[in-house]
Ligand binder design. Structure first.
Ligand code: AVJ
Length: 318
């Protein structure tokens, strides 16, 4: 395991993000702070909800196309950005093993514990596979990914790219392009634009798991920054923005209230009905994905969707 995050990096980033977000108008918090242990478990639950189709749709594509992906990329190294579901990773690993090319798996995540858990299981399941976990923030530290043992396949699944703001997304894809060498590939998962009701239901399930996931960011701030948010005084909101083609999750204050964030020496007020944005989840169209890839200097070379056309996987080369 290689660690590229100084021990206090995440703490400093959290403080800066929360200061910036809570003093902005309107208030906002970046989605990456959902994922402490409880938040990651809630997200796992979300992926099993009947309304949350993206995980199943992406798995359908991987089931159907992993062999083709292995065949076209002949990758010796699979690099995976972000904590992907290990099940989806296994589909790619198994296909690349069957093709006889895979030597090394490089999972990249900010969470050392997630990497240790997943890495150990994979070492046992794929004897002879080198697992080289990298603790890094993939939005800023792509340049630190290991070289050699190419061709490399860089996988960024789950439509996590949709959680970045459009500008951040351009920067991210350009950074991906700059670390890829000739013969390497990017495999990108993107959720697709569809009817509003399906999209909103996926982010506002009837049993309230997504609401708990959304409010979990308040619990993270309470624990890590000594804040005194009462999650019960906020309502979960999911809205589809048809112009920007993204789903927004928000927390709406149920009352006029004051919240103190001890570690920042900051007190903020929320008006009753005030909404704070906690996530954007962009939905894509083929032309848009291909244009964004091309703008970053990545040539799209394959586009696969599930049979229902809900989700897409793109393969692109530098
Ligand atoms: C992290 C991109 C897979 O945006 O759909 C799920 C996170 N948020 N439900 C998404 C999420 C609310 C998710 N991804």
């Amino acid at each position: 395991m290689t660690r590229h995050l100084p021990p206090d990096f995440l703490a400093a980033e959290l403080r800066a993000d929360v200061w910036r977000g809570l003093t902005a108008v309107p208030k906002r918090l970046p989605p990456k702070w959902f994922y402490d242990e409880r938040g990651s478990a809630l997200f796992e639950q979300i992926t099993r909800l009947p309304e949350y189709y993206p995980t199943r749709a992406e798995r359908e594509i991987l089931l159907a196309r992993s062999a083709e992906i292995a065949d076209r990329t002949r990758a010796r190294t699979l690099i995976e950005l972000g904590a992907g579901s290990a099940e989806k990773t296994r589909l790619l690993l198994s296909a690349l093993r069957a093709a006889g090319t895979l030597r090394r798996y490089v999972p990249v995540d900010v969470s050392e514990s997630a990497l240790l858990g997943a890495g150990k299981a994979l070492l046992a399941e794929y004897p002879g596979l080198a697992v080289q976990a990298v603790v890094a923030d993939f939005t800023h530290q792509l340049g630190l990914l290991p070289h050699g043992e190419g061709p490399r396949l860089l996988a960024f699944l789950g439509s996590t790219v949709g959680n970045l703001e459009p500008g951040e997304r351009d920067d991210f894809l350009a950074a991906v392009r700059s670390v890829l060498a000739p013969g390497d590939f990017l495999l990108l998962g993107t959720d697709l634009v569809k009817d509003r009701d399906t999209l909103v239901a996926a982010y506002d399930d009837t049993v309230g798991v997504t609401a708990e996931f959304n409010k979990n960011v308040l619990r993270v701030l309470n624990r890590e920054l000594g804040a005194d948010f009462d999650p019960d005084r906020f309502d979960h909101v999911a809205v589809w923005d048809p112009e920007r083609e993204w789903v927004e999750m928000r927390l709406r204050s149920r009352a006029d209230q004051r919240v103190a964030v001890a570690a920042l020496d900051l007190t903020v007020t929320f008006a009753r009905g005030e909404e704070m944005r906690t996530e954007i989840s962009a939905k894509f169209r083929r032309a848009g994905v291909e244009a964004e890839l091309a703008a970053a200097g990545l040539a799209p070379c394959a586009w696969w969707t599930d049979p229902a056309g809900r989700f897409a996987l793109s393969l692109a080369e530098p």
